[in-house]
Design a protein around this ligand. Structure first.
Ligand SMILES: [Fe+2]
Ligand SMILES: [Fe+2]
Length: 285
């Protein structure tokens, strides 16, 4: 019997992990994103969530590997796993350096996320955990699309750290449909993924803001109205990254949604061309 296609990514899409090294140590010791503390805190807060999150994503997708027959989707699962594993390594290094250089407590930052994941493994079915991964992959894909399209979110940031975020955004773009296609192939429903997006968006903001507050508190700026005004302006007005991703966030609720309905492979090509002109140290391209 012929194997039915279970991957709905564009034909010719090929991706895998890139070997990169970023010289971020010096910049991480201070507010690397422009003059205000909030922007730096926001990106650092997200990075602090990634290693645990990405392990959860890998586990949720690979749990269903034996249920997939399509060789194209199986190859994409392997590439997804390889890319997310390198993201984990880079962000773990980022987080450890950050905490060492700025005297932050890494265990405290990860506490709530770790507890919620333990709950998810205990209480949720494997398919519900995969739905959570699909939702988080949508969040990362739409933020990556905004970051790479508009190229203003990292204006004023340290170039090496900005390069790390752009590299991560490129790979999130490439594998944005892998968890989704696995979820559909194993019978995941529209209602399950809609619920998962609502829940996971809430927890993404809760955890990120919690980490932002811990960081600003440590820096003595938690109660600075100026810092918060500038941060909220950055997120919602100018450049307004979170405002700009709202339409893309809503698209996920469509019954016939698929991540590749928006074909943004041109962003990957553009980034790859830029790498040839100004490679990051350690590039294998
Ligand atoms: Fe990632
Ligand atoms: Fe991802």
């Amino acid at each position: 019997m012929p194997v039915l296609s279970q991957s709905f990514s564009p034909d010719g899409l090929a991706f895998g992990p890139r070997r990169k090294s970023f010289e971020i140590e010096e910049a991480l010791s201070s507010d690397w994103h422009g003059s205000g503390a909030f922007r730096t805190a926001w990106f650092n807060a997200m990075s602090l969530l990634f290693p645990l999150g990405e392990k959860f994503f890998i586990d949720s997708v690979c749990h269903f590997q034996d249920d997939i027959d399509d060789p194209k989707l199986l190859a994409e699962i392997a590439s997804f796993r390889a890319q997310e594993s390198t993201h984990r390594v880079q962000h773990q290094r980022y987080n450890e350096l950050l905490c060492e250089l700025r005297d932050y407590d890494l265990i405290r930052f990860e506490k709530h996320e770790r507890e919620r994941m333990a709950w998810a493994y205990r209480e949720l079915s494997a398919r519900r955990r995969l739905a959570g991964t699909v939702a988080n992959e949508h969040l990362t894909a739409i933020m990556a699309n905004d970051l790479l399209t508009n190229q203003d979110v990292l204006t004023g940031a340290d170039r090496q750290i900005a390069s790390l975020w752009e590299w991560h955004g490129v790979e999130e773009t490439e594998h944005k449909a892998v968890a989704f296609d696995v979820f559909v192939a194993v019978g995941g429903t529209v209602s399950e993924r809609r619920q998962a997006l609502l829940l996971n968006t809430f927890f993404f903001f809760k955890d990120t803001l919690r980490n932002v507050c811990i960081i600003l508190d440590k820096e003595g700026k938690l109660w600075s109205a100026r810092e918060w005004a500038s941060g909220l302006k950055f997120l919602f007005l100018k450049p307004g990254m979170l405002r700009r991703v709202i339409p893309a966030w809503f698209r996920f609720f469509r019954k016939d949604f698929h991540p590749w309905q928006i074909d943004n492979r041109d962003l990957v090509r553009k980034w790859e061309q830029q790498q040839l002109v100004e490679p990051t140290s350690g590039d294998s391209v």
